[in-house]
Design a protein around this ligand. Structure first.
Ligand SMILES: [Mn+2]
Length: 256
């Protein structure tokens, strides 16, 4: 029986509680995946901030990168999606480690079951300012230009504080009522998006998706899509570590 794993939002390197302990936990999870493991889908924000240069890549993450490399060396396919925190991966992860870079939303068939996968940012929640920022961040000229003139020490300081600010405004500064309201909105918007996605597939004469899986929102849930299939949001490895496991027949959530 082949096994397929879906994981997101480990946010390695995030300065919160014990980052070293979090990385050890994540790396040892990857290291101890069973022999039957065939594919691992890393669905974004694995690194809290990643920016690489032609001949340099960020310090840290040695255990995780080693664990991913040894999975690949033993024949496991590891798919990597950029999140909104680790946009700036260029060649290192493909050339040195051997991950397969993917673009969301990826529709893939695994043993006859159809999956739609991605990080989840910018799919159903995509305001104008977010789109402008994404354009700015993903523009090759900006990457080369700013990467070229800002010293790495400042660049990483900027990156880490932006990431921290992001997290504080999205999670820590909200009370329970606000968080619950956010979750309701995510549930409603993601279902509407998945519903539309299924309709488009059907109108193109393609098969419906059985399982939608995304990260990004840090609010783990699974809900049915009225047009067919279900949609799952993964937890993060900061507050609610989990993963989804597909064994060729059923998809289940394992909470750690
Ligand atoms: Mn994210």
């Amino acid at each position: 029986m082949a096994l397929y794993y879906f994981i997101a939002d480990s946010h390695l390197g995030l300065d919160y509680k014990d980052p070293k302990e979090r990385e050890k936990k994540f790396a040892s999870f990857l290291e101890t995946l069973p022999e039957e493991t065939r594919e691992v889908y890393l669905l974004g924000d694995i690194f809290d901030f990643w920016f690489e240069y032609k001949d340099l890549y960020p310090a840290g993450f040695a255990r995780t990168l080693g664990a991913i490399a040894s999975l690949i060396d033993r024949g496991v396919k590891v798919h990597f999606f950029n999140g909104n925190h680790d946009i700036w991966t260029y060649r290192h992860l493909q050339n040195e480690i051997g991950v397969i870079m993917e673009k969301q939303p990826l529709v893939v068939e695994i043993e006859g079951t159809r999956f739609c996968l991605g990080h989840g940012d910018g799919l159903w929640f995509n305001p104008f300012t977010y789109r402008v920022l994404q354009w700015f961040f993903k523009c090759r000229f900006n990457q080369v230009f700013w990467g070229g003139i800002i010293p790495p020490r400042w660049f990483f300081k900027l990156g880490h504080s932006w990431s921290k600010h992001n997290r504080l405004t999205r999670f820590e500064k909200k009370d329970k009522a606000e968080m619950d309201k956010d979750t309701e909105n995510i549930k409603r918007d993601s279902i509407n998006w998945a519903e539309e996605f299924q309709k488009q597939l059907v109108s193109k004469g393609e098969k419906r998706v059985d399982h939608f899986i995304f990260g990004h929102f840090h609010t783990p849930f699974t809900q049915a899509v009225p047009a067919g299939g279900d949609l799952s949001i993964l937890g993060d490895w900061i507050h609610n570590p989990d993963y989804l496991l597909f064994d060729g027949t059923t998809l289940k959530r394992i909470t750690l």
